[in-house]
Design a protein around this ligand. Structure first.
Ligand code: GUN
Length: 294
């Protein structure tokens, strides 16, 4: 094995400790306790786990957590009314609507109803526009965490050939923009890309965000490359009948022989997402504070 394993869990814990210290200072000096509202509609098992983890992490950071669990048949108007209420609630600095929403709800309309200052997911078009135009706004959590991990392996990404596999609004597009801000030469590859293997082989820094288990093979990867695997795929465990395990979009056991540094799944990008959500909530609280938070 050649690759340095990027320990996302440890880095996320460090970040969370820093955030907790800053929250504690805000509470002491300004009586400002950042508050995060998380909205879950329906009973999707994975979403329920994510929301529970977000609640626990928020409280551990010393912030206020407001969870809204709504039945799967909640109507669009009722959900919009809740968002409107949260937009005007001065104790709520961040709002996150857990995705995916049930099919009868229009996710885009819901996201656009969130006050952009409280959109700690960074999904509102205003925040997407800020990212594109190089202005300060909320950046989506998984892309932001991916950059922190890449920079833990190489503090300066300037001049690197970065290849992002995947063009989703949640990960691929924002992570490409962030890499551009880090002065990388960025290629976004996707399901229609010709000669994907060759394109991946150019990468000094590879971000895999396609949602296909172990699609990217070890022999596609350039020797010494930094590999950030955003994929979280649940597949049957070949070791234990009837059990499942999580794998990334990269064939990990092959990739560790070639890469210079790589994130594992689980324990890589996943834990960073919550840490970045807390960071965005802290920023949001500071931004909405009327006085001078410094
Ligand atoms: N579901 C999976 N990832 C995310 C995310 O980053 N934000 C929200 N709101 N829902 C998700």
């Amino acid at each position: 094995m050649n690759a340095k394993i990027i320990d996302g869990k440890a880095i996320a814990l460090e970040q969370r400790a820093m955030i907790r210290a800053e929250v504690s200072e805000l509470v002491e000096r300004h009586s400002l306790k950042p508050g995060l509202a998380v909205v879950l509609v329906g009973e999707d098992p994975a979403s329920k786990v994510y929301v529970r983890n977000k609640e626990i992490a928020t409280r551990k950071a010393g912030m206020e957590s407001f969870a809204h669990r709504l039945p799967a048949n909640t109507g669009q108007e009722d959900l919009l009314a809740l968002i409107e209420k949260l937009n005007h609630d001065s104790g709520v600095h961040g709002i996150l609507v857990q995705l995916p929403l049930p099919d009868h709800l229009d996710s885009q309309t819901i996201i656009e109803a969130i006050d952009p200052r409280k959109d700690v997911d960074g999904l509102h078009p205003v925040n997407a526009g800020y990212l594109l135009s190089g202005q300060k706004g909320h950046v989506p959590c998984t892309p932001k965490g991916s950059i922190v991990l890449a920079k833990s392996a190489a503090s300066d990404l300037t001049g690197m050939e970065a290849v992002v596999v995947g063009r989703s609004v949640l990960v691929g597009k924002p992570v490409a923009q962030l890499l551009l801000n880090e002065n990388c030469t960025v290629t976004i590859a996707h399901s229609r890309t010709k000669n994907l293997e060759d394109v991946v082989g150019r990468a000094d820094l590879l971000v895999a965000a396609v949602g296909r288990p172990e699609m990217i093979r070890g022999d596609w990867i350039k020797k010494g490359a930094i590999v950030i695997d955003v994929g979280i795929n649940r597949v049957p465990d070949p070791q234990e009948e009837g059990k499942h395990k999580l794998v990334g979009d990269v064939a990990y056991e092959e990739a560790i022989e070639v890469a210079g540094a790589i994130t594992p799944v689980p324990g890589g990008v996943g834990p960073m997402t919550i840490a970045m959500l807390l960071a965005n909530t802290l920023d949001a609280a500071r931004g909405q504070f009327q006085g001078n938070p410094d």
